[in-house]
Design a protein around this ligand. Structure first.
Ligand SMILES: *Cc1c(COP(=O)(O)O)cnc(C)c1O
Length: 396
């Protein structure tokens, strides 16, 4: 008999975890237990010593952890995966699992804020140094990698302004310098971008965003080769960033519909970005799918879709931008992204307690920058809602 053909990503989402199925129910039971019994002394000894055993103690593993990891690993084209309690749980497990005193990391000037803090503050206390370079400038990576580095941390597109890193070019430079390449693929999802195929060694996700997709769980995932993932697991059981069985169940359920959600969101976000780009109250729209994005050619090369997040700069100051963000009917005023509901945030509002408008501009925090995550509402309704908000701005 011929081997079964490989599955399309749509089907991986539904069936990659079939071999891990534990019974006859179509959806899995939630293994609501912190610990699991052993039949005899020999079995117990095996449960206690086998890496990533799924029925020993939930901090060490859980049947649903393995199913989620299998699906995301297959989507990313990696050998195996590890789940964590959050995206930051996954990223800190990677950093603390692979780095040691004296190591040097090359990272981007623009990262998810938690990643920046991990690299610049926390790891600094343990003797790990980090250099942050302009991610849009591959030459800046080349210069930083003239000196030895243990790890290159990448993220593309980035939060909140959707600039890109040339993942293939930087991975080649990093490997020549002997560094491990880690890519945060949260914004793109494995349906729009495959970092391992572009040369990355490890991929991390905040599964709180698109993979879960419903703003109802926090989770993280790391995908890579067997030996590295096992090493990261041995770090993770010490750090304790364990994904709860309920959140693993919700994540498994969210993953089933990832493809329909992401493809619809790709199309809606492109329509919204095009419509906003022509509005006179909008100074600029940063969305990799627009021909006006300065790295659109790179986006076409390394992405197959452009996701649901865009950065908007309004022709308004801090106060006008704040009113716009808070006054919409459909896009809800909340942090996070990647779920079925559209969400919008005023990036500078996070600094409002510490900086005034001119201080923000000096610090490179644009007071008029808004991050929009397009969800599953009809794009015509979203555009109408955003236009009403923009018209209130110009009327007032
Ligand atoms: C949200 C996010 C994280 C952190 O994930 P949590 O699940 O909130 O811990 C990391 N990277 C990116 C790009 C994110 O958007």
């Amino acid at each position: 008999m011929n081997p079964a053909p490989p599955l399309h990503p749509d089907s991986i989402l539904l069936h990659a975890d079939d071999p891990l199925h534990d019974g006859t129910s179509v959806t899995p039971a939630i293994p609501w237990s912190a610990t699991f019994t052993a039949e005899d002394a020999q079995t117990f000894a095996r449960m206690a010593s086998e890496p990533m055993h799924e029925r020993y103690y939930t901090r060490y593993g859980n049947p649903l952890h393995r199913r989620v990891a299998r699906i995301v690993a297959d989507l990313e084209g990696g050998a195996t995966g590890l789940v964590a309690a959050s995206g930051m749980g996954a990223i800190s497990t990677v950093a603390l699992g692979l780095l040691a005193q004296g190591d040097r990391v090359v990272a981007q000037r623009n990262h998810y804020m938690g990643t920046t803090k991990l690299l610049s503050e926390l790891l600094g206390r343990f003797g790990v140094t980090a250099e942050f370079v302009d991610q849009t400038d591959t030459g800046a990576f080349a210069r930083a990698l003239e000196r030895p580095a243990k790890m290159v941390m990448l993220e593309s597109p980035t939060n909140p302004d959707c600039s890109l890193t040339d993942l293939a070019a930087v991975a080649t430079l990093a490997h020549a310098a002997g560094a491990t390449v880690v890519v945060d693929n949260t914004f793109a999802t494995p349906l729009n971008q495959k970092p391992l195929a572009l040369g990355a060694d490890l991929v991390v996700h905040s599964a709180t965003k698109y993979l879960g997709g419903h703003h109802d769980l926090t989770a993280g995932v790391v995908v890579g080769d067997e030996a590295t993932i096992e090493r990261l697991w041995s770090t993770q059981i010490v750090l304790g960033a364990t994904l709860s069985p309920m959140d693993a169940w919700l994540l498994l359920r969210g993953l089933r519909t990832l493809s329909v959600r992401v493809h619809r969101i790709n199309a809606s976000a492109l329509a919204v970005a095009r419509a906003l780009a022509t509005h006179p109250a909008v100074e600029a729209v940063s969305y990799p799918g627009l021909a006006s994005h300065p790295q659109h050619a790179l986006a076409l090369r390394q992405m197959s879709g452009f996701g649901g997040v865009m950065g908007l700069r309004l022709r308004a100051g801090y106060d006008g931008t704040a009113r716009f963000v808070a006054g919409l009917r459909l896009a809800q005023h909340a942090v996070s992204l990647g779920g079925v509901e559209s969400l919008i945030v005023h990036a500078a509002a996070m600094w409002a307690g510490t900086l005034d408008e001119s201080g923000m501009r000096q610090a490179g925090i644009e007071p008029n920058l808004v991050r929009l995550s397009v969800g599953l509402e009809h794009p015509d309704d979203l555009i109408a809602d955003l236009y009403r908000g923009l018209e209130r701005l110009t009327a007032g």
